[in-house]
Ligand binder design. Structure first.
Ligand code: AP5
Length: 217
């Protein structure tokens, strides 16, 4: 199964993606995480991308397409894959279809998560992430067991630079302008498009996502 998780910043794509991929043994391709890892490693791609990410703008399509092509080529055959944060523009979606076709893969489902902007901004302002394992917490809604450190390996948690109030407003408008139109794009494709309310409890969202994908509880 090849699934795209589509939705605005803060709606819970990462949170739901980790739960689903862990339960199903799927691979995740998360373009935001790949870009942040490239930046931490001091790679030229990370430095180039950082200019756009810190302003809440999209990284140029060709950089993203080349990066995803490399990730796809390294995937073991026959694995389920979850795409989080990609594609984000029609140019990316159309390059993506061609890449998948060349590999004998295809998107089977698109799951659209959404919530009101005030829910999204509240969640983002409280988000803390683990730079080692990628686990995501929220100081108010999903705190770690010990304040400020990751439950898994005790790494100090960080607040993403692009989670500042001004940048978040821009990320939301960029999403509505550039990425939301992909719902209609996939509506006209062979993939099934499903809507799930992202403003429910984490477990409720996960149960609904699994249900629309036809997976057991
Ligand atoms: P990216 O890293 O993809 O960020 P995003 O899409 O803005 O999404 P977020 O990571 O902010 O949110 P999420 O939906 O994963 O929510 P999360 O689960 O963390 O992209 C960052 C930047 O990279 C972009 O702005 C762009 O510059 C660049 N980029 C990336 N991909 C690109 C592409 N394809 N093309 C061009 N540029 C690209 O949850 C958020 C918070 O809420 C957490 O604290 C969590 O604990 C909490 N939470 C989650 N679910 C719930 C719930 N149900 N109830 C209560 N709290 C919850």
């Amino acid at each position: 199964m090849h699934v795209i998780l589509l939705g605005p910043p803060g709606v819970g794509k990462g949170t739901q993606g980790v739960l689903l991929a862990d339960a199903m043994g799927w691979q995740r391709i998360v373009t935001g995480d790949l870009l942040r890892a490239a930046k931490s490693a001091g790679a030229p791609l990370g430095q180039e991308a950082d200019r756009y990410m810190s302003a809440g703008e999209l990284v140029p399509d060709q950089l993203i397409i080349d990066m995803v092509k490399e990730e796809l080529a390294a995937l073991p055959a026959g694995t389920g894959v979850l795409f989080d944060g990609f594609p984000r523009t029609e140019a990316q979606a159309s390059a993506f279809s061609m890449m998948l076709q060349a590999l004998g893969r295809a998107i089977s489902h698109v799951v659209v998560l959404d919530a009101e902007d005030d829910v999204l901004t509240d969640r983002i302002s409280g988000r803390r992430s683990c730079p080692t394992c990628g686990s995501v917490y929220n100081v108010a809604l999903a705190p770690p067991r010990r304040e400020g450190v990751c439950d898994n390996e005790g790494t100090p948690l960080v607040h993403r630079l692009d989670d500042s109030a001004e940048t978040v407003q821009n990320r939301l408008s960029v999403y509505r302008r550039e990425t939301e139109p992909l719902i209609a794009y996939y509506g006209g494709s062979k993939a099934s498009v499903h809507y799930v309310r992202g403003d429910q409890e984490v477990g409720e969202v996960q149960a609904e996502v699994r249900s629309v994908l036809g997976l057991g509880a």
